[in-house]
Design a binder for this molecule. Structure first.
Ligand code: PRX
Length: 660
């Protein structure tokens, strides 16, 4: 079992909050309004998954109906086989066909603020979105992109990012979105893995008043790979950029003469919709494959019921995640647009120009559903209550959190200061691999407790088991698994079937292994305890310790590196790195800084260690394995009385502890 599964160390939290009595009235009708309804419907979704999911799928448009709802078993699962549809059609055209063409689809706000004190705002109706997406889709086709070609997208949070993904979906070209904080090396690695010759980017992206040079990073990536043939550049920051004739094309130039209509490609339900790279236990990021039909149906329903989205009830939904992560894919774009509620996209930092930027946006756009990460909540807590208190947040109805465990203090602050004690909090547990919410409260039904992601969503057979697949007792820690296939589950790791099976389906026979440990309390609520692998969750961003280690040892000065997670007040988990140096290199502040810079260049700023220590040796077992749990103690300045009998050289540990 894992070191994190120390039950005693988990806070005993027993506060229970029921949905506000007037919740249903406040959201124009709660879809799931009691635990009785939830329990009944949940049982049905497990007993008759095909019947349950067919009814949901029928709420959306299909060009041809499926033959079978679900087929196969882990790891080879199919949903809606034989069905033909297009997710872009369901995001845009279906809304227009239902008479909502003039309703707002996307509300975008830029980071820089003008004299008015607020940022540039662009509102796109479904009609506008249709025009923009079709023109860009036609431009992509003209650039030689056809069905099945993987297109890389490396952009800031601008409306064109959503337009680019939707255009790809429209023509059946799977996209691979790379978060704008990643480095040129990370771009090259992903482009190589996906063999993706077209990259869409921006000249730059605004972040805290500075320009992130996205195009420069793509240029540098082209030095590291031969795969990139075409670069499409959106003008956003008007920063100076280099230009390679023949390879580089301005977005506005290639769209200018395009037709405003582009038919949707008819996609098989199991055709790939996108690839999204995420970190795992080894150094190499893995390309998670999601397909069209099941992902569409599942993200549609979770968006609808977890946030209680209702078109025509003056709702405005805002998920603060970047589209570079799965949360942005599923809950900024693909799950939300088919629900007909405007989705807000904000370009920049939460504290630019002031730490009240989010709350100013909530007030001005009258946001009703707000979804963010615990790391952001903790930062807001630290910045002070005066910032949210400056604003009228009365429009809020549902608050969501995602990405990492939320500590009860942050949960309570969110509830009181942001939600005015009148908004249910949905703490949603899920993963890049799951495509959509797996364990989550339903806002009108579920009693919530700070720190627990409560109960499984419909159709999700979640359990906590031992390695033998046997369920553990109440309040005992174990492996979090899903025992039955669900529509939006990953269909594979791109180009690496063995890793797909090894990672998710080999440890516990016949079940999907999530990679988290968890426990379930006497109210049947789930509590996530932490990762069981070498993945750490830094500010809700997933990183592999091996990824960071590989980048450190690729520096000429480092012989060996070990990276562990360390508790961090704001980030939840920070990164601690221990490095041994090659002959001829001595520890210094300067070397430390250049190592941090090096990691930033190799992976991205999010991977820079918070703490970096030089050491003559790393604590190892007699068989040569690095004892990471000891390093975790050293990094955290704690001593959990761990068993050190297998430690090879005790002086190493003593020395690490005595060093500052
Ligand atoms: O450890 C869990 C944590 O984030 C991991 C998945 O990371 P990623 O694929 O980047 O997706 C993040 C956004 C869905 C999980 O294995 N995690 C995610 N949500 C929660 C969480 N841990 C605790 N509570 C959550 N609500």
């Amino acid at each position: 079992m894992t070191e994190t599964s120390n039950i005693e160390s988990i806070l005993q939290e027993d506060r229970v909050f029921l949905p506000p009595e007037n919740f249903s009235e406040r959201v124009g009708g709660a879809y799931i309004d009691s635990m009785e309804t939830y329990t009944k419907m949940y049982a049905r979704s497990i007993d008759d998954p095909d019947g349950f999911w067919a009814e949901v799928a029928d709420e959306l448009d299909w060009f041809e109906r499926w033959n079978t709802v679900s087929s196969g078993s882990f790891p080879d699962v199919k949903w809606f086989e034989g069905g033909k549809t297009n997710l872009c059609h369901n995001c845009i055209d279906r809304q227009i066909n239902m008479g909502r063409g003039d309703a707002t689809a996307i509300i975008w706000e830029g980071e820089p603020v003008g004299n008015s004190g607020s940022g540039e705002v662009r509102e796109l109706t479904y009609h506008d979105l249709h025009t923009e997406v079709c023109r860009f889709a036609n431009a992509l086709k003209e650039q030689g992109v056809s069905k099945g070609d993987i297109v890389t997208i490396y952009m800031g949070m601008v409306p064109e990012l959503a337009i680019a993904t939707l255009a790809c979906a429209r023509i059946g070209a799977p996209h691979s979105v790379i978060f704008g904080g990643y480095s040129s090396q990370a771009i090259a690695d992903r482009v190589n893995d996906a063999n993706s010759s077209v990259v869409i980017t921006c000249d730059g992206a605004w972040r805290r008043g500075n320009v992130v040079p996205l195009k420069d990073n793509v240029d540098a990536a082209t030095e590291l790979t031969d795969v990139i043939e075409t670069v499409i550049v959106l003008k956003r920051c008007e920063n100076e950029i280099a230009w390679v004739k023949g390879r580089d094309h301005w977005w506005h130039d290639i769209c200018e003469s395009q037709e405003e209509d582009c038919p949707c490609e008819s996609m098989d339900a199991e055709d790939m919709l996108f690839l999204l790279y995420t970190s795992g236990s080894t150094g190499k990021p893995k390309g998670i494959i999601h397909t069209t039909g099941g992902y569409m149906v599942y993200t549609y329903l979770t968006s609808k019921w977890v946030f209680n989205l209702r078109p025509d009830k003056n709702q405005v939904y805002w998920c603060t995640a970047d589209v570079g992560w799965i949360t942005g894919h599923s809950y900024v774009i693909y799950g939300v647009l088919p629900n007909g509620v405007p989705t807000v996209m904000y370009e920049g930092a939460p504290n630019f120009p002031e730490p009240d930027r989010f709350w100013e946006i909530v007030e001005r756009h009258k946001v009703t559903q707000f979804y963010t990460a615990p790391t952001a909540i903790r930062a807001f807590m630290k910045w002070g209550d005066e910032y949210p208190r400056k604003h009228d947040l009365d429009s809020l109805r549902v608050l969501g959190t995602v990405g990492e465990p939320i500590n009860p203090e942050a949960w309570m602050w969110y509830r009181e200061i942001i939600g005015g004690n009148n908004c249910p909090i949905v703490d949603t547990w899920w993963q890049t691999e799951t495509g959509g919410h797996m364990l989550t409260p339903l806002p009108g039904a579920t009693p919530t407790t700070p720190g627990s992601c409560t109960q499984p969503f419909f159709g999700i057979d979640a359990a906590i088991v031992t390695d033998d697949g046997i369920e553990v007792k109440t309040n005992s820690g174990g492996l979090l698994v899903i025992r039955k296939p669900w529509p939006s589950m990953l269909r594979g790791i791109y180009g690496d079937r063995e890793r797909f099976i090894d990672t998710y389906f080999s440890r516990v026979n016949g079940m999907y292994l999530a990679g988290d440990s968890a426990r379930r309390d006497s109210n049947e609520n789930f509590w996530i305890m932490g990762r069981i692998d070498d993945v750490i969750n830094v500010s809700g961003h997933r990183l592999g310790t091996m990824e960071v280690e590989s980048s450190l040892v690729s520096h000429e000065s480092v012989v060996e590196a070990a990276v562990v997670g360390v508790p961090h007040e704001i980030k939840g988990t920070g990164i601690a790195a221990f490095c041994t140096l090659a002959n001829g290199f001595d520890p210094s502040e300067e070397l430390k800084q250049s190592l941090l810079e090096h990691v930033g260049k190799e992976i991205g700023a999010i991977a820079k260690p918070d703490l970096l220590k030089f050491t003559d040796a790393l604590p190892k077992t007699r068989s040569g394995k690095i004892m990471r749990r000891l390093l975790r103690d050293v990094a955290a300045g704690t001593d959990s009385n761990q068993d050190v009998t297998t430690l090879e050289d005790f002086t190493v540990l003593a020395k690490l502890r005595s060093d500052d």
